[in-house]
Each structure stands twice: as structure tokens, then as C-alpha cells.
Design a protein around this ligand. Sequence first.
Ligand SMILES: Cc1cc2nc3c(=O)[nH]c(=O)nc-3n(C[C@H](O)[C@H](O)[C@H](O)COP(=O)(O)OP(=O)(O)OC[C@H]3O[C@@H](n4cnc5c(N)ncnc54)[C@H](O)[C@@H]3O)c2cc1C
Length: 840
Amino acid sequence: MVCVSDLSNSDFNKQQSDDKTIAKSLSDCNKSISCVNFVALDCNNHATMNHKSSIALWHSKLGHPSDLVLKQILKKLNISCSSASFSWCDSCKLGKMHQLTFKRLSIQSKSPLALVYTDIWGTSPVISTTGHRYYISFVDDFTRFTWLYPIVLKSDALKVFLDFKKYVELQFQTRIRALQTDMGLEFQAFSSHLKQFGIAQRFSCAYTHQQNGVPERKHRNVVETSLTLLAHAKMPLKFWFDAFTSAVLVINNLPTPVLNGKSPFELLHNKKPNYAYFKTFDCASFPYFRPYSKQKFDFHSTKCVFIGYSSLHKGYKCLSPAGRVYISRNVLFHEFYFPYLELFPSSDSVSSLPGSTHLPSTDSGPSMSLTLNHTPMSPRLPVLNPEANSLDVVSPAVNTYTEVVPSNIIVDLRLPPVTKGPSSTYGMTTRSKTGSLRPKVYSALCQSPCLSPNLEPTNVKAALADPKWKQAMVEEYNALMRNNTWSLVPSTAVLESRAQLPRFTEPSVLKPELIFTPLSESHVQAAVICSKELGIHMRVRSGGHDFEGVSYVSIIESPFIVLDLTYLRSISVNINDNSAWVQVGATLGELYYRIAEKSNVHGFPAGICPTVGVGGHITGGGYGILLRKYGLAADNVIDAHIVDVNGRVLDRAAMGEDLFWAIRGGGGGSFGVILSWKIKLVAVPETVTVFTVFKTLEQGDTKLLYRWQQVADKLDKDLLIRVLMNVENTSTSERSVITAYDGFFLGGADRLVQLMQENFPELGKADFVNEPIPEIALEELRKRLLEEDDPVIMWTPYGGMMSKIPEYETPFPHRKGTMFKFHYITYWQKGDKNVPKHMN
Ligand SMILES: Cc1cc2nc3c(=O)[nH]c(=O)nc-3n(C[C@H](O)[C@H](O)[C@H](O)COP(=O)(O)OP(=O)(O)OC[C@H]3O[C@@H](n4cnc5c(N)ncnc54)[C@H](O)[C@@H]3O)c2cc1C
């Protein structure tokens, strides 16, 4: 049924010395192909595998190459073919359709690395599963071998180049002699380094992109092949980088007319590629799980989707239904079966309509759709896993994308706003489409001593000392203001806008150097990367309700900046699947309002105070009036997007279950910057009943409170009665403690009255007030309350769902056995005389 591949070291190192050996290994593989076809017939009742479909299978395995290239390989495999043997491939048309072919560019150099082209692709409208929006490629002119690296920001290009240089020069024992780029600003920053290494820097002229034709053709080839792979797979575009790396791997191993029928791999490594290990992207795969099994009865494998080859390990990457990526050398493949839609039916990016992939639309940009007319199960083939050194898509030495087990599916984020240009149905975004077209910089400018990258000042102070740099900065600043990119406001206003506790805004408390208020999620990524590079401590603030002010105060780590997420506050409620995505800057009140707009029988079990921020609230657990029925807010989170320390955006599958566990109650500000939560909505009845009963000492409150402690956590879980104790007549000598019993009931008054009579009749009895029973502790508490200016004690009962959720389920441990939460607050008037009493 399957082509079994065990990627042992010897397999990887096996060298195919001549065409004959290749033919043999391929014919071996063909035996398993026939076997695959046999079972496919059984299971799927498909047409008989014939010669034509065998050719189509090879076409799929090899990443949908042109007929010319395929013919060449088939010849090497001793598979006869004529033009009539090649069939129409829908996926190729979807992925590669274009108007004109490029003119072939001749090879200029005489040896590997004599001339390397580099270019950056992006911004991708869809963030990759690896958390990236760009990739940088390096193409060797002599061999046309391509290396691909994902990057988060364009400014990462230099660092990646330096790592790449170190890697290739060591591997191939020769030096890069010339590097050709376009005039992008990110490449101008290379100049001083290239000069130091003695590498000639060649810029293509402005507006003559043909001069950079080699990497641009490669980009196109890679993008088209990848789109074809994704189209065939019906996989969402967020897998673009997995598809890209697979495409480059295949392209590096395919013969090309530019190299007189040789492949880049062959020319670079001086040996023939081994096709025996290639597998069809996205086919069903079954990795061997035994080493990970917790117990003997665990299954030995699970059905996964094959998503390419690991760059770090000699193995295949298999995406499991739980969203984990397993990397294994022991994998069985079913290459006629493409289970992505079956395993991920509710994938965000794949429409429920058969054959179409839609990416979610957001306020900030248009939705992008890729509609696929998938042909029913065209023949697919088991493919080759290349030899170890043909896996150089991303070299270990410079890899910025770490595959771990388990790990690595990430998210679709918002699309960047498209302000200009026609809309596109495909995922390629150009600068003109995103409106980020920059005026071209002419090469003459580069020679100007004032702005030459070679003389670039190393810090702000040095730049400000140079009048020309200063002028450039002023111009940039004016442009930012003119375009409304920024609006400057007094820093104290921003700091205080969400600082709930005024004592932390006192002049004596250390202030942040900068408050950054991102407008988009990619700004958060940039902020994390920048603060990491600058080594400056960052505090994260959503609603600013932290009781210790730690979201905007830093005593230990100084200097520090504040990342204020006020503007990331969109809420998208999906009543159909009882869920909502809410960005962290939204308040609880906004969230409740948006849910209520759509339904009066849905709710979310979170806090009582409407101004609390969703971001910090859920990271701490989040309790409210629905906790006895549904637990904490954190218990009702089903996914999250977080920016990790490397600036990558991860969703639940990508961050892994441990981190997902930690962020739901483990406290904010520790594990990364949460961008948004996907929450589960809960059912509430149309009618709810609330009441408040006030009691004083004279009315027998001490006994009542004592009784409340015995029953509050055992009442029906639809009922929560919390207690608020505070001091009445605070400014007079008549001060006394008053207790309010606040009841919230999920149902009508009739049932509530019945429940109260059965379980807590004391609360409604007048005579009870007349029989005070001394309870020493409660009396002492009252005395202490009277000593404070304006105190409040909130008693929130637990029990119900809170006793059912095990204490290890989330980091919030107060579950079974906890009767109630006792929350002590005191207020005081602003003013010098009050501060020492409360602050010291
Ligand atoms: C008036 C008031 C009423 C309250 N009522 C309730 C209530 O009814 N129920 C309840 O459970 N709690 C309540 N709280 C407590 C409140 O839930 C917590 O203080 C919560 O952490 C506040 O979240 P925030 O986003 O508003 O605060 P912030 O001060 O912005 O953040 C709190 C903590 O979380 C971190 N953080 C914030 N955003 C992020 C993010 N996006 N990623 C990572 N870390 C982040 C911060 O760095 C900080 O450590 C109340 C607090 C106040 C002041």
C-alpha cells in the first residue's frame, strides 16, 4: 500500500554513481508505486493505473516540473514517453499561469560562489506557519543552486547573509567573490561588511529589475511551484513556507536547460541527485510513534499530512491532526491519499466549500481567496528524499526556523492594508499593491559621502552630530507626521490613560523611556525584536489593571519601555461555533457588549469590572459571576496568538501545549506577548435574577457571614452569592461595617426563591438578625475594617465547576477544597499625607 522509506544515514549518504544506478533505484521505487496503485484501486475504486497516470504521478512527485524537464528524468528512469503521454494538470495552471516567459539569462561566472545573487520576497499577505512574512534567497550564479531563509523583518537580511556566508564558504571551501542585489535599503547596509570581506557588491540599476533577473526568476519559479503544491494539496496558504522549502528542494534537484540538462545539485556537489526519497507534498504519512509512547497500548502511528523535509534532521515532517509536526526518518507514505481537509475540517483558512481556500478578512485589509478546482484524485507518487546535502534548503548553520518535536503550525494573521493597486486573487503582494512603494534610491546617491552606508554612524548621538544625517532625520520625521503615521501626545497622558492605580503614576515612581502603542500585530513583532536587540526591558500592558502596576512600572529592570496594546482591540464573535477571537487590548465590557449584540443566550465567564483588559485578565485566570458554573476565563480559552521572544507569532499548535497551559493562569508578562485569545462562549438563560441584601452587625451579620461560609460554595452552581464588606459613613464618627450579599442566579426568581429557602434561609429571615452569635474572628475583622479609611472586602464563593476542574488543568491552583476567595482592598484620597501610610 505504501512506499516505505527509512531515512537511515546510509540512505542519505548513498551516492548514485551513474545513470544506471539511478534507473535501478527508481525502478525499485516504481515497484512500490504499482503497489500503491493496487490498494488505491481497492479503497477508492479509481481507474486502472496506466502508463499515462504513472507519468502524472512522477509529475506530482517532482513538484510539477515542465514537460521538458519531466521528459528528461523519465528518460533516465527508462520510462518511455511521448508528447501524448503528458496530461493536463489543473494545479499547474492554478499555480503557474502567466503572460510571458522571461528571457533566459546566461551564466556569468566560472565556478561556484564566484557570483551570488540575493533578493527578498515578501511581504507575504499570510504569515507562515513558522511566523514569517519574508524570505531571503541566495542563488549561486554558476550552479543556480538556491538557498532559502525565512525572515521576520527585512533588516534581518544582513545577519542571515553573514551566517550564510560562513556556512557556504566552509562547506564548499571557496569564498564568495561578488554579491548582486537590487537597491533595497536593507542591501545597502551590507556595504561595509562586504568591503571588509573583499566581496564586490553589485547593485542592479534602479528600474532595471532585469539585471536582477536570476533571483527574480527563481522567486517566480519557487512561488509558482509552491502555489501549485498548495493548490494540489488544498492546504491553506499559511503553509507557504513549508511549500516553498519543498519547492526549492525539488528545483535544486531537477535538471534545467540553463545547465545543459544538469541539476543545480549535481553541479554544486558533483554527484547525481537521488530521487528515491522524494515524497509527494501533502500526501498521507504515518510516522513511527513508538519512542514517544507513554504506555504500551498507545498506537504506533497516526495519520498525518506530509509537509516537507526537515532542514535540521534527516527526516520527514509530518503534521498530525493535533497540529504537531513530527520529524521522523521512519515514515510510511500513502501517496494517493491527501487527508489535509479530512484531518483539519475546521481549518481557519480552508473554506467549507469544496475546492476553495479562503483566508479570513479583517478590517485592516481585504480577504484573499484562492479558489481551486481540484481534479478528483489525480495520480500521485511516492517521491525522493534527497541526500543529506541536497537538503540544504535552509542550512543548520543559519537556520532561523527551528523545528521541534512537537511543534510548528502557526497562524493566519490579518492581511496588510491594501491602499493601491488592483485586487489580486493570489497571495502575491507587491509593494505597489500594499502601498508601501518607496521612492527608488539611485546608485549615485550611494556614492554621496553623506549617506554612504560605509560612513553610517553607529549610534543616534553620532548621527545627530552630523548635520546631513540630522537633516535626513528631520525630513523623515516630517514625512511621518505629514502622513499621519504617528501622532505624538504627551507621554504622561498615555501612561495614565490605562494606569488604574494612581499611586504608580506618582512622580517618585520610575517612568518608562518610551511607550509604544502598536497599531498592528506586526508592530508587536517588531517591538519585541527591537527591544531584544537593544537589550532594553519591556513591560506589556493591555488594560492596566494590574494590582502591582507591573504593566507600566519597573523597579528592578531599568531603563524600560512599555508596549501598550490599547489599539489591538478588535473582537470577532462567531455565534455559529460558540467562539470569539478577541484582541488583548479590548476590555471585558467591550467583549460582553459584542457578545450581547449577537445573542442574549451566550456569555463568557470572566471578571466583573468592565474596564479590565482581556490581555492581562486571562493570563491571571479571570474570575467572575459565572465561575461556579463554568470556571475561570482561562478555563474557557481554546486558542491564542502569542509573539515569542524571537518575534514569531505562534498559535496553540505552534506554541505547544506546555506554553498554552502556562499562559492560562500563570501570570502575564512572562511567556511572550499575547496578541489575541480565542474563547469559548457559554450558554446563559434569557432570564437571570440578581439581588443584594445588606446586613449590619446589629442585624446579626456575624452569624450570617459564618453561615455563608458554610453554604456558599455548596449551593447550586447556577447561583453565586458574593459578599462585599465595607465601611459606612466613612467620614463621620458613626462608622460601621455593612455587608452586602450580592446574588447572581442563572434563572428566574421562582427557582431562586426555592433554592434559597432550601439552602440559605437565614439570609431572608428578619428574626435571625435579632439573635447575634459572637464569632471572634469575624468581630476582629470588623474592628480592623474600621481602622482603614475606605476599605472593601469581597468574598467570592467557589465550588461548583471550580471544584470539578483539577488543580493541574491550568496554573491557577485554587480549585477543590477552596471555599471562597477573600479579596481585601483599601482606597485613599490622593495627597501627600496619605501616601506614606499606604505606600511604606
Ligand atoms: C478595578 C479592578 C477590578 C478588577 N476586577 C476583577 C474581576 O472581577 N475578576 C478578576 O479576575 N480580576 C479582576 N481584577 C484583576 C485583573 O483581572 C488583573 O489585574 C488583570 O491582570 C488585569 O489585566 P489588564 O490587562 O487590565 O492589566 P495589565 O496591567 O495591562 O496587565 C496585567 C499583567 O498582565 C501582563 N499582560 C498584560 N497584557 C499582556 C499581554 N498581551 N501579553 C502578556 N502579558 C500581558 C502585564 O504585563 C501584567 O503583568 C480587577 C482589577 C482591578 C484594578
